[in-house]
Design a protein around this ligand. Structure first.
Ligand code: ZN
Length: 262
């Protein structure tokens, strides 16, 4: 009796009908004389049949994917890919019902498709997750750097904003550097009424107010905003107005907070 197959995936490959040459001949000869290997082959056939139906719990032996990929790249190289001929086992186990339904070539294609889909899907999800993480880290780093740069620059001005009677008790503060075109703002505002947005403005020494962005206060915390402005704009004042949701190109609503530059 010849030796047992030395690699587990040979059973799956044989069941798929993609074994070739000497490996195919040796395997076929051995299976005919070895009950335990014939039994393992029957198991492999069951596994492949389940995979054809995309049943999730079934797993092919490790190495099957690599072998399939080798065969596929061989065929891409112009060599023949021998999956047309079903290599049915020459044992009493060959009468498996699934053989009649699925030609091994179809099973091989189904398995390859499922394996590729699984690994692709997994990789895509992982890449998306990492990209989101990276984007978030990048934003946090940029904001931290902007604040550090503002705080450490000697020509940064610090402007407190006074609340209107309606916003009594709210405190707000702007750090602004005209040379760097950077602004850091924080307040203790509550969430804006429905269909309204708080909007922060830089009022230049000359010309129209420039929007520094929409404020999105968190309950009990207030809002923070790091804004980038066109550099070189001397500020006369900073103001927060209540605008229609999403903000306005120019201030239209009542002033909630105002801070003149002294
Ligand atoms: Zn054996």
């Amino acid at each position: 009796m010849s030796a047992h197959p030395n690699r587990e995936e040979l059973f799956d490959l044989y069941a798929l009908g993609v074994l070739e040459g000497d490996e195919l001949a040796d395997f076929g000869a051995h299976i005919a004389t070895c009950d335990s290997c014939a039994y393992k082959l029957a198991e492999a056939q069951g596994r492949i049949a389940l995979l054809s139906f995309a049943a999730p719990p079934a797993q092919p032996s490790p190495g099957v994917k690599e072998s399939l990929m080798r065969q596929l790249s061989a065929s891409a190289d112009g060599r023949t890919l021998d999956v047309e001929e079903p290599h049915l086992p020459h044992t009493g186990f060959r009468a498996g019902w699934w053989n009649a339904i699925f030609a091994p070539a179809a099973a091989a294609l189904a398995l390859a498709t499922i394996l590729l889909w699984l690994s692709n899907n997994h990789l895509n999800n992982e890449i998306q997750r990492q990209q989101a993480n990276l984007q978030q880290l990048k934003q946090q780093t940029e904001q931290t750097n902007a604040i550090l740069e503002l705080v450490s620059a000697r020509d940064t001005i610090s402007v407190p904003l006074a609340p209107s009677p309606e916003a009594k008790g709210v405190t707000a503060h702007v750090l602004y550097n005209a040379r760097l075109g950077k602004m850091f703002y924080s307040d203790t505002l509550s969430v804006a009424p429905p269909d309204k947005s708080f909007q922060l403005w830089l009022v230049p020494a000359s010309g129209n107010p420039i929007s520094a962005g929409i404020l999105t206060p968190e309950p009990g915390v207030g809002s923070r905003l790091v804004a980038t402005m066109p550099p070189g704009i001397a500020a006369k004042a900073f103001a927060v107005t209540l605008e229609p949701a999403g903000g306005s190109p120019q201030p239209t609503g009542s002033k909630v907070l105002v801070g003149p530059v002294s």
